[in-house]
Design a protein around this ligand. Structure first.
Ligand code: AMP
Length: 418
């Protein structure tokens, strides 16, 4: 199917063309016509499926084809997102798709000065993208008027509930006009999501594009089994040897993110860390740095990386395996967006064998192992059996006294970036 068949106005089609999108993704193909018809929607779609355009395009179309209000424009569409990063990404999407339309978008989120946001809101906006906490602040201060909202979107609703936003969401819903179209996007359907959906949505049409806990086929996954102490060296080597330009590396802790960042910098790799202790400004700069090619590696914790959208991200590395198997699916979903090829590499030490087991059980398949990691082989069968006996056979010569092949310094040259 082509975008031309979706009944979108020429300025939207033009913007889509300029973005280089050839055809709608499955969620767009399903959601756009239903939203244009005015239905409430319950959509099961993860980040990476093109869901943002799936709601942004039809909402822009609705707003554009209505009689245009006088300036300053009242807020007619409200999108709630769980994180500031996602709020910014959704805002950028509205701006990109709506760039040939006489409509205005604004974004508000916590962690930054509220006064500049209040000033910007005073100029008027047709579409407001917000995180719940900051929106409530603005509501209490009577600096935002939601009495003209006709379209309400809850994006990544499951994440919002996980993050404890349910009360905030209810408070926002209370002030919205009762006559409105509601769209709820969620990667998973828990009991809580279904309950929220039944309260929020009127005769919703349910659409679903990806089965839960499946990974896209266009992402090549692999496992490097090695001792924990060689992980840092291997990652430097992979980046240098593969001449990687952009990689998102997941670690389990904030401290681990900072430490790895320092170590990779010593290896000449431009990198930054993204985690919850960083200020909003530092987080935005880190993300922009990766997007614009100023840094090669962004090292992130799961919470900080939620909802991140980096166009064409070619590599994701799990430096540590996630403690929760479902997070593996979310992590590697950062690459291979909208059908592009991506690689997801996990560095797994024997102590993480049980986590790998849980992930493979969830995926219902074995992730291919790299046969020759360049390091002393280790077993990932069970953590207790992981102790590797000193290798006394002729293989011994292959490894130096630290147990890894003698390529270790080669990355120091190739790892450096200009
Ligand atoms: P999302 O699931 O909304 O986070 O979108 C994931 C990525 O897919 C974004 O980088 C979009 O720019 C991209 N995208 C959205 N729709 C399309 C499309 N029809 N064709 C190609 N890329 C798309």
């Amino acid at each position: 199917m082509s975008f031309n068949k979706l009944n979108l106005s020429p300025p939207l089609i033009q913007a889509i063309k300029e973005q280089g999108y050839n055809k709608p993704t499955p969620v767009q193909e399903k959601a756009i016509p239903l939203i244009l018809q005015g239905n409430d929607i319950l959509a099961g779609a993860q980040t990476g499926t093109g869901k943002t355009a799936g709601f942004a395009l039809p909402l822009l179309e609705h707003l554009y084809t209505q009689a245009q209000p006088k300036k300053p424009h009242p807020i007619r569409a409200l999108v709630l997102t769980p994180t500031r990063e996602l709020a910014i990404q959704v805002y950028e999407s509205f701006r990109i798709y709506g760039k040939h339309l006489p409509l205005f978008s604004e974004v508000v989120f916590g962690g930054v000065n509220i006064h500049s946001q209040i000033k910007r809101l005073q100029r008027g906006a047709d579409i407001l993208i917000a995180t719940p906490g900051r929106l409530l602040d603005l509501m209490y201060q009577k600096k935002v008027n939601l009495s003209h909202v006709q379209f309400f979107v809850l994006d990544e609703a499951d994440r919002m509930l996980d993050m404890g936003f349910i009360k905030d969401i209810r408070q926002v819903i209370e002030v919205l006009p009762s006559q409105r179209q509601n769209l709820l996007f969620s990667a998973t359907y828990s009991k809580e999501i279904k309950q929220l959906a039944s309260q929020l949505l009127v005769d919703p049409i349910e659409i679903s594009v990806a089965r839960e806990n499946t990974t896209a086929e266009n992402i090549s996954q692999s496992i490097y089994a090695l001792k924990r102490e060689y992980k840092r060296e291997l990652i430097s080597w992979l980046i240098g040897d593969g001449n990687w330009q952009q990689v998102l590396i997941f670690v389990r802790t904030k401290h681990g993110a900072d430490r790895l960042c320092k170590q990779l910098m010593k290896d000449g790799i431009r990198c930054n860390a993204l985690h919850g202790d960083k200020s909003q400004g530092a987080r935005s700069r880190a993300l922009e740095g990766l997007k614009k090619g100023k840094i090669t590696a962004l090292i992130a914790t799961d919470v900080a990386a939620r909802g991140l959208d980096i166009d064409q991200l070619p590599h994701v590395v799990n430096f540590d395996l996630p403690a929760v198997a479902e997070d593996y699916v979310h992590r590697i979903g950062r690459t291979g967006r909208a059908g592009a090829e991506g690689s997801a590499i996990s560095l797994v030490c024997p102590e993480e064998a049980h986590l790998l087991g849980a992930i493979e059980k969830l995926l219902n398949k074995q992730i291919p192992r790299i046969a020759d990691t360049g390091y002393e082989p280790v077993s990932l069968k069970v953590a207790q059996k992981a102790k590797v006996k000193p290798n006394k056979t002729k293989q011994k010569n292959k490894y130096n006294n630290k147990g890894h092949k003698t390529r270790s310094n080669s990355h120091r040259k190739t790892g450096k970036r200009n």
